[in-house]
Structures are given as C-alpha cells and as structure tokens.
Design a protein around this ligand. Structure first.
Ligand SMILES: [Zn+2]
Ligand SMILES: [Zn+2]
Length: 462
C-alpha cells in the first residue's frame, strides 16, 4: 500500500466508523490490520498451471492447429516472396510474448524465448511453397496462382509440407511458452524463407542469425515424409542429404547445312557422346560404396530439320554426400566435356559449376541423444533409422558453421493410405507431387510432442 492510499484510508476512517458503529480504538486494533493484511499479505490467487502433457495439449488444441495449417496451406507463397507467411509467423510468436525480429535474411523471422539458465537451442521451420498446381481435390486445396515476371500464370502449392513444419513449430512454441516449468534455457525459433531455392539459410546466416541472437549449442528441425507412416519418425546420423551442384555446359560447334556435315562441327553429336560419357563417372570412377548422381536434366540445340546448329546447351545436377566425391564429380564432368569437344576438333566448351546446398550432416552424438530420448518416449518401434537420400536441404548450412544439427523425418501419411498405395503397386505421392498431402492431425499428434521431447532433452529443468 502506498502513502497516497494510506492518506485516503485515513480520510475515510471517520465515515467508516460512523457507518459501521465502531469506536476509534476498535478501528485501529482490528479493522485497519485486517485491511492491511488483505492488501499486503493475502496470497493472490494465481491461474491454475496447465499441467497437460504435450500429447494431451496437442489433442485439446487440435482444432486451432488445424485451422492454422489450413490457413497456411491456402495461402502459399513462393521462395523469397513469403511476406504474408512471415508476418503471420511473427504475430504467432509475438502473441506468446516472444521477442521477435523480422526481415532476417529476406523474410526470415527469429523469435527468442529465454527461460532461465541453460543451453541455447535453435528450432527451425521453413516457409516457402512451390510452383505446383495442386490436384489433391481437398476442400482446402490451394487455389493460389500468381503471374511470374514473364506474365505467365504460375500455381503455388505447399507441396513439400513446409506448412506442416510451420504449424508444428508454432504449436511447440505455444506449448513451451505455457509450460515453462518443464524446461530451462533459451530457444531461438527460426522461420526460414527460400529453402526450395537453396538460399534462405545462407541469407539468414549472412544476416547474423547465429551472431545477432544467442548462438545455438544445437539446432533441430523436422521434415515431413511422404513414405514414413504417421506416428513414426526416421533418423540418419552423418551425411543424410546431398550436396546439390548445378552445371551449365555449352558445347560449341560450327553450324551449317544439314546436308553438308563435312563443312560443320556438329555440337549435337558431341553432346550425345558427352551424355553417355558422363554416365561412366558414377559407374567407373566413383567408389561403388560412395553415393553419387550425375543427371543431365536438360539439353537444347537446333531450330530445324536441316540445320546443324552452332551450339548445344546442357544442364546437369550433381549429387554427392562427401566433399571428396563432390570434387571428384565436378572435376570429372569438366574433363569429360573438354575431351568430348576435343575429340571432335571443336572449340573448348564452357563449363560453369554452381555449388548449391551443401550436404546435410546430422551430428552423430546429437542424433543419438535425441533418438534415445524419443525412443524412450514413443517406443523403439516408432523411431527408426532410415536412409540417406540424394535430395538437398539447406538446413545443413547451419551445421556447416560448426553448430551440431539434427534433422529428423516426421511421418505424414497414415498407414491406411500407405497400404492403399501398396495395394495398387504404386509408390506414395512424393513430396513436391501435386497429389501429396499430409494427414495433418495424426502428423501433429507425433510432431508436437516429439519436438517438445527434443527441447526437454536438450534444455532440461534441473
Ligand atoms: Zn522441397
Ligand atoms: Zn522441404
């Protein structure tokens, strides 16, 4: 009680005594101490703490989580254009009282939640969608289409499930913000843009996501999986996703009449030879137990039946897991291209190699620690070792800075649907397919408690 209130109380005293019919001594001995006790000592009732487990909480809050998921699914935005998505993510964190910074490396959002002493854990979800025309036929299917810079209409869909990742991370933030008694430390929530073009993580790191905010001791992310059943997760220690490099080759020839090949150097024939030569890199040069892929995804030359063109353009994707094999592939592609041109007496071709996303390396110790905790929570049969895949994921860039990282795969299609695919002898619709969709409720029932388990394992309350 402050001085002003005491003066006010004194001035009310006479009126109070008159109204209640008590003497001044009774007032000073009984009434005033009682008033002071009520104001100063009486324990204020606190809101009953929410003691629900992550699974109970997820179930109880499912309708609002599904609502968020469907909102995101119906408002997909392409890489580097995640303006509205990032605004929603920022608001979700701000509503929880989390300290939020926006526009980190593009539309990146960073939220820092401090909760006592302990380590720093970075949790990451990606936000971008893909230029895919949704064909799931679901009532909440995306109908979004935009006009690209050439005036063409492009449909947009969350075909990689980044809407699942965002919903799962927001749900985890909601649970952790309202259950601070079960963990201790600092969480850095990262909503990353531009994963599908391989630039978002790099842009956020260059903009200081690991320097301007508490530097993480660990970083964890989940990616949904189209062939792992809901209620299960997969892990793979070590290199789990590939180095992704792009190569642009221009074979230069000498154009002329299709009826007079002797006056020309035909770049199409050189390119055809090169395509076959390139196949021998993996089959004859790389160690058989080292994963590697060389794919020629595009080849273009010529305009007409009877014209031998000047040049032929090829576009390749190279995939590898280790840095050694990555270099081996790059060197071999260059050598084969130069040799193919030289063998035809053609000018030296240009070979441009753009290094994209580096391989994602799941820190073995961190992976072991998390999967041990998850197995304890969900059972050994629910957390299984999977396989490395040759896709790319730029979450690996956080690991390249020296932060131990772990990306786990979250089952997103229920067993019933997987069985239906199996019965038809067709593989489940993969990520990036216009037919892919997660069984969202079952996915979140595993995803949210699993992410909370990762937090309580790495940021335990002592
Ligand atoms: Zn993707
Ligand atoms: Zn993805």
């Amino acid at each position: 009680m402050n001085t002003r209130n005491l003066l006010r109380l004194a001035s009310c005293r006479k009126h109070f005594m008159y109204t209640c019919g008590i003497s001044p001594s009774q007032f000073w001995r009984f009434v005033l101490p009682a008033i002071i006790w009520v104001i100063l000592v009486r324990p204020t009732p606190t809101r009953a703490a929410d003691s629900s487990t992550p699974a109970e909480w997820t179930k109880a809050n499912m309708s609002s989580l599904v609502e968020l998921y469907r909102f995101l699914h119906q408002a997909p935005e392409l890489s580097e254009k995640e303006k509205e998505t990032s605004a929603r993510m920022a608001k979700e964190l701000q509503d929880l009282g989390i300290d939020v910074t926006t526009n980190v490396g593009g539309y990146g959002v960073v939220g820092v939640l401090k909760n006592g002493p302990g380590n720093v854990l970075l949790l990451r979800a990606d936000m971008d969608a893909l230029p895919v025309t949704e064909q799931t036929g679901l009532p909440y299917a995306s109908k979004v289409h935009i006009e690209d810079t050439h005036g063409a209409t492009v449909c947009v869909m969350h075909a990689c499930g980044h809407d699942v990742h965002m919903t799962n991370l927001v749900a985890t933030a909601r649970y952790l913000a309202s259950h601070r008694d079960i963990w201790s430390g600092t969480i850095v929530f990262v909503f990353q843009p531009a994963e599908e073009v391989g630039g978002g993580a790099d842009a956020m790191i260059k903009d200081g996501v690991l320097a301007r905010f508490p530097r993480p001791d660990y970083a964890v992310a989940f990616h949904d999986s189209a062939d792992v059943p809901t209620g299960e997760m997969n892990y793979f220690p070590g290199y789990a996703l590939a180095n992704v490099d792009s190569v642009d080759i221009v074979i230069k020839g000498r154009g002329g009449h299709g009826a007079s090949p002797e006056t020309t150097i035909d770049p199409i024939v050189i390119a055809a030879k090169l395509v076959l030569d390139l196949q021998t890199i993996v089959s004859r040069e790389v160690k058989p137990i080292d994963p590697a892929v060389v794919t020629v995804g595009s080849i273009h030359a010529g305009t007409k039946h009877n014209i031998i063109s000047d040049e032929c353009r090829l576009q390749l994707t190279l995939r590898s897991l280790s840095p050694q094999v990555r270099k081996q592939l790059q060197d071999a592609v260059r050598r084969k291209a130069l040799a193919a041109a030289a063998s035809a007496g053609a000018p030296e071709p240009t070979v441009e190699i753009s290094e994209g996303t580096p391989a994602l390396f799941n820190d073995p110790q961190l992976t072991k620690r998390l999967t041990t905790a998850l197995k304890k929570q969900f059972g050994d049969d629910k957390i299984k070792e999977g396989e490395a895949v040759m896709g790319g994921e730029d979450f690996g860039r956080f690991g390249s800075t020296g932060v131990p990282i772990c990306m786990l795969r979250l089952g997103a299609v229920n067993q019933k649907r997987l069985d239906e695919f199996a019965a038809k002898h067709v593989p489940p619709s993969s990520l990036h397919s216009p037919l892919f969709y997660p069984d969202i409720e079952e996915t979140l029932m595993m995803g949210v408690p699993a992410m909370v388990t990762c937090v309580t394992e790495l940021l335990p309350r002592k």
